[in-house]
Design a binder for this molecule. Structure first.
Ligand SMILES: O=C(O)CCC(=O)C(=O)O
Ligand SMILES: [Mn+2]
Length: 208
């Protein structure tokens, strides 16, 4: 079947961290397919430049983003309401395949494009009220390997680091968002692009 050649390995490892549930599939998507998807998504996604206001100052977000999903899955963060773009074939197929291994459903996906190592995402957790309690976040990566760092919100000495490689899937569940923050730091030595897709389930629309 075509799907079994696209998704090579369903071998996952559990990452044992206090107050977190993390499962990692290093090769969820085969190398060739990950490379094909990287280039397809680079060309076809409606990449946006976003601004955020920090202490009254407008700044460019250091990456490009796009929001895809079901019609009713609008989502607000940093005071901005995001209306999703309709799923493309590629994104829908990836979503369905991830839903099988996660045994849950997603109605939206946030795509990040890190053009090179100067792009990043700062410390945060995906704990917006729209995601409900104990959200399941499935994070799929294509392109340049990048560091993904976690730190416990209360026990500051608890930290963890992993490299998210092309074709890998990291699923975060349980209290991970409540108890831990994560970031993808800048890595000036990286010259190649990376795309990360976080599949999410919006359970309630907020008026924030
Ligand atoms: O790029 C990544 O691996 C993480 C992205 C992320 O944390 C997010 O979009 O909320
Ligand atoms: Mn995140």
């Amino acid at each position: 079947m075509q799907q079994s050649s696209l998704f090579t390995s369903h071998t996952s490892e559990l990452i044992q961290l206090k107050d977190a549930e993390l499962e990692y599939w290093p090769e969820f998507v085969a190398e060739d397919e990950a490379s094909r998807l990287l280039h397809k998504l680079l060309q076809t996604v409606d990449w946006q430049t976003e601004t955020i206001r920090i202490a009254g100052v407008e700044r460019l977000v250091p990456r490009l983003t796009a929001w895809y999903g079901d019609k009713n899955a609008s989502y607000s963060y940093s005071g901005v309401l995001h209306n999703p773009i309709a799923w493309t074939d590629e994104l829908l197929k990836l979503k369905q395949r991830i839903e099988v291994v996660c045994r849950c459903n997603f109605n939206s996906a946030l795509l990040n494009l890190y053009r090179d190592g100067r792009d990043s995402v700062a410390w945060h957790s995906d704990d917006e009220p729209e995601l409900g309690v104990q959200p399941i976040i499935a994070s799929l990566s294509f392109g340049a390997p990048r560091n993904f760092q976690l730190k416990h919100k209360k026990e500051r000495h608890l930290r963890h680091k992993l490299t998210l490689t092309s074709g890998s899937l990291l699923v975060m569940r349980g209290n991970t968002q409540k108890c831990w923050s994560h970031q993808v730091p800048k890595e000036p030595a990286v010259s190649e692009p990376r795309i990360n897709i976080t599949f999410r389930n919006i359970v309630a629309n907020s008026n924030r």
